[in-house]
Design a protein around this ligand. Structure first.
Ligand SMILES: [Ca+2]
Ligand SMILES: [Ca+2]
Length: 435
């Protein structure tokens, strides 16, 4: 068991591949180029896997090398927040930024043409979703900037950011869209996709005030669908996964998958699956990849890909593929799943920071700890529900209390350069230092 490091795949630059023999997840690229990027949209078009980033559009060549198809030209002013989708056989890109109403199309990702300007409140959208569905292109969730917003209490006007409250329907490249109100709370960093012949909106984050106050966001875990894009039905007002934004959803093996996201406390690496959007089953509470939001999940050549994203302020540049085990177990008699990240390691960077250590010291100094889903670590101090798995620090005497010897183990990780790594033979499933 453990990790095998071998150079198999080549990126633009040097890339190594680490494979965990026991897991269905494989890290196939450790370092996309450029490695520091803050925006990704992955999609499949013309049997190729594409990845749009802040400055460029890449595609995967020969299954191994990411090549640049196009560098977004500066005069487009494309910035994080643009949308890229495929509709009627072409890429459709809506630039975000000060010219965010402009639309560009391309059939091959290499040759791009201006195709007009989207009309919506006289300006364009950013951080929206653009989904091809039922013969039209639908634009929904996200924000728009009103450059001439007039302060009600002042005599000044300036730009302000609002949430998109409507769904916009574009037909036949007519960029004066039909506009329909929607019943769900306005939101951004949501998911929009087509599943089971329906258009879906899943989670995201809303703001209680508009113009948006960037300190006041509330994550969501509701799920909505529509048969026609205009009439919406709530599949659930509260899915069992923690409210979140920046998550990724994808249709894989006829099911709806949800992966990761940001819950207001931390970037997540849990995975959920659903047949109908209303009931959800947890595949894992922690995948081997680091917690993330803003990543892409794409099905390409019958495998599920998870690409890049960010853990809070740390941009990630790794790529993972998932292949279900050849023989799916039913959970009986199986060993407990391997732990990839310690419960105390809230930012999943395989190091124990002082902040992370202090949280466990809080448990040590309290009347134990209990399960409290959707907190910073899914626990809280004191007595309460014990229906979840034990905290990884509560390993030697699993009694919902942190003993001094248990705390000292975490202090060992805190003091060790390189933190810790998963090792099934360790007393708590982890060992000090890097792998
Ligand atoms: Ca950490
Ligand atoms: Ca204990």
């Amino acid at each position: 068991m453990g990790y095998i490091l071998s150079p198999i795949f080549c990126l633009i630059g040097i890339v190594t591949v680490s494979v965990s023999a026991s897991a269905s997840w494989q890290e196939v690229h450790t370092n996309l180029s450029p490695s520091r990027d803050s925006y990704e949209i992955g999609l499949v078009h013309s049997d190729k896997l594409w990845l749009a980033r802040t400055n460029s559009l890449l595609y995967l060549s020969d299954g191994t090398v990411w090549r640049s198809a196009y560098i977004w030209p500066g005069f487009w002013k494309v910035s994080p927040g643009y949308s890229l989708s495929t509709h009627a056989g072409s890429f459709v890109l809506m630039g975000a930024g000060y010219s965010n109403d402009r639309v560009f199309v391309s059939s091959d990702g290499i040759q791009w043409n201006a195709n007009g300007s989207l009309w919506y409140y006289g300006n364009g959208l950013l951080m929206h979703k653009a989904v091809s569905f039922a013969g039209a292109l639908w634009l929904f969730t996200g924000q728009y900037i009103d450059e001439y917003y007039y302060e009600p209490e002042g005599d000044e006007y300036g730009s302000a950011t609002f949430l998109l409250h409507d769904i916009l329907k574009v037909e036949d490249a007519n960029w004066f869209p039909a506009i329909f109100p929607v019943p769900w709370q306005p939101r951004f960093d949501s998911v929009g996709l087509v599943f089971a012949g329906r258009l879906w909106v899943i989670g995201g984050v809303t703001a209680s005030e508009e113009p948006i106050d960037f300190a006041d966001f509330e994550p969501l875990n509701d799920v909505w669908y529509s048969e026609d894009g205009e009439t919406w039905v709530e599949a659930t007002s509260g899915a069992p996964w923690c409210p979140r934004s920046g998550h990724a959803c994808v249709v894989f093996q006829d099911k709806l998958w949800l992966l990761g996201g940001y819950d207001g406390h931390r970037a997540l690496n849990d995975v959920w699956v659903s047949d109908d959007g209303a009931t959800w089953e947890q595949v894992t509470d922690q995948a081997p990849w680091r917690g993330r939001s803003g990543h892409s999940a794409v099905v390409y050549q019958d495998t599920l890909w998870v690409i890049a994203g960010a853990n809070r302020n740390t941009n990630l540049s790794d790529v993972w593929v998932y292949e279900p085990a050849a023989t799916e177990g039913e959970g009986e008699g199986e060993p407990a799943p391997q732990r990839y990240y310690h419960s105390a390691d809230k930012d999943t960077d395989r190091e124990i920071s002082l902040n992370e250590l202090l949280r466990v010291i809080q448990f040590y100094n309290s009347d134990g700890l209990h399960c409290e889903p959707c907190t910073e670590d899914d626990y809280d101090p004191g007595v309460g529900d014990q229906g979840c798995r034990h905290h990884d620090s509560d390993y030697r005497f699993p009694d919902w209390r942190i003993a001094l010897t248990e705390l000292l183990r975490l202090i060992q990780f805190y003091n060790t350069p390189g933190g810790y790594h998963p090792c099934p033979d360790g007393e708590d499933g982890f060992c000090p230092g890097p792998a």
